[in-house]
Write a protein that binds this ligand. Structure first.
Ligand code: CA
Length: 225
């Protein structure tokens, strides 16, 4: 799913139409408000973000996206009216993956989208997180403690990955539920407790790093005690 934030209706519809014609699913929205509303329902693979928008501009929206753990890894391509008006440093230092200048050809846009998605897939494939001797290979969905491989279910893996991405921070049950099970998941927070318990068991000694913070949630420490 690709989100296209663009206030000019004609351009927005053309982009969405082109993306869908090339095999992507795409949804258009007119401003930042609509974007953040949609993000609560579903996280896209990529966001095409116009800079000149009513309300919050593209730079401000980008900054917000990059400051939230749920959205900071979503690749963003900035769309700018004229190169001269585009603050490249502000855009790329702000975490944008690429930018395109209007008027652009639709095939050029599709090529940029594909390139950014490929690059991000490669980064994810190679990405590894560590907490002490615990090593999480993001792309391969594998977990090692020292040399020993730990077999986890898909949800246990996603739970561990989420805590490791936010290591040292306490994540509430609702945050975990929203991230690992999806925002629309109509479950109970007890689901989280059950999975934490089995995850902790499978992690063995490394499970000691997974702390319960009473009345708040869970935290993965960055190191063994
Ligand atoms: Ca605009």
């Amino acid at each position: 799913m690709i989100y296209c934030v663009e206030d000019e209706k004609n351009i927005r519809e053309l982009i969405v139409y082109t993306l869908e014609a090339t095999g992507f699913s795409a949804v258009g929205m007119e401003d930042g408000k609509a974007l953040f509303k949609s993000l609560k329902k579903e996280l896209p693979e990529l966001i095409l973000l116009d800079i000149m928008l009513p309300g919050e501009n593209g730079y401000e929206i980008l900054k917000k996206l990059k400051s939230e753990p749920e959205t900071k890894n979503i690749p963003v391509i900035l769309v700018t009216a004229r190169e001269a008006e585009f603050d490249k440093v502000r855009g790329l230092d702000g975490g944008a993956d690429d930018y395109v200048t209007k008027p652009f050809g639709m095939m050029e846009l599709v090529a940029r989208v594909k390139a950014v998605l490929r690059r991000c897939a490669r980064q994810t494939e190679q990405r590894e997180l560590t907490c002490g001797k615990l090593r999480i290979s993001v792309g391969r969905h594998e977990v090692f403690y020292g040399e020993e491989k730990i077999e986890l279910t898909r949800k246990e893996f996603e739970l561990l990955l989420y805590l490791a991405e936010n290591k040292g921070m306490v994540m509430s049950r609702n945050q975990i539920l929203g991230h690992v099970w999806g925002y629309d998941f109509d479950g109970e927070t007890r689901t989280v407790d059950v999975h934490v318990r089995s995850l902790r068991q499978k992690l063995g000694k490394a499970g000691e790093m997974l702390e319960t913070v009473r009345g708040v949630g869970y935290r993965l420490r960055g190191q063994e005690a």
